[in-house]
Design a protein around this ligand. Sequence first.
Ligand code: NIG
Length: 376
Amino acid sequence: MAILITGIGELTTNDPASGELADAAVVLDGAHIAWVGPAARAPDADERVDVAGRAALPGWVDSHTHLVFAGDRTAEFEARMAGKPYQAGGIAVTVEATRAATDDELAANLRRHAAEALRQGTTCLETKTGYGLTVADELRSARIAREVADEVTFLGAHLDTGPGYLDLVCGRMLDAVAPEVRWADVFCEEGAFDGAESERVLRAARARGLGLRVHGNQLGPGPGVRLAVRLGAASVDHCTHLTDADVDALAGSDTVATLLPACDLSTRQPLAPARRLLDAGATVALATNANPGSSYTTSMAFCVATAVLQMGMSVAEAVWAATAGGAKALRREDVGVIRPGARADVQVLDAPSVTHLAYRPGVPLTWAVWRRGQRT
Ligand code: NIG
């Protein structure tokens, strides 16, 4: 069934062939976009939705979340707001709760958060394992994630649980989980895995055919960014503490710098240096890092507003980073863009322009969302 979305006052396509269009229309045919252009020239369709001058754009692509979890860390958050520093050790609290949960409980929690994200315009969602940290718990986390998320990442190397754990991750755990996922990630940070350990994890993952992602330079400077670039990772995420050499390395590479502003705020870190990265020519994505510890939000709009209000990104840069940038970080060409053949993932704002995402921060502006051509 073809759906004509017409009366779009401002259409952000992310397609260089169309650019930004005024008084535009989009036709969705099944799960894909069939036509994009001026409303006056739109073809007929089975259903017509007039959005009365509102702005439309691709659905958000949230390329970094940790949503296979159980439990709650409100007390840790309260302590942090009272001045206690964020430490990666809090991950262990969620690991314990996750191991104790049933498959059904984990799946229900993931579905609840994915639905919450979708209501706010997120139509493509990546999520990770990493709160299981045994072969059986990582495997079930990956299987549960596959049922819900568009992209799944193995993060067995989230926390070192003791002697022999790295061998386990690089051996039996990867053997078990690799067939279920597309990506592998490692938390390369003091208190988690150092550069050499992280490289070992990434090489073992690559040997099993997985694409690479890295958590790097989150809590302090470190080797994560340059390791990610050297190994050709699709993305290095956080990038909060960057040296000039890190920025130069990213600028000269295909590795996307995925910035997680909600996490920087929630952990009382400085905000990632978006402007330095963009001015140097690096590719920047924005994502929520939704997880119960360091960043408990599914709001991409919040990330976009923060990027504009606090990180020196223009509205156009932030919207691109949260849509096409996320798609690049996931090496996908079918999402984050409105052009014929792309996935029919479109959001309409209750606003005349995407500028309102930053101009009216905190206001729920999502008016309509189509994912794979289905209105949600
Ligand atoms: O991306 N940095 C490591 N992992 C998560 C935090 C997870 C947690 O605190 O539970 C992150 O911030």
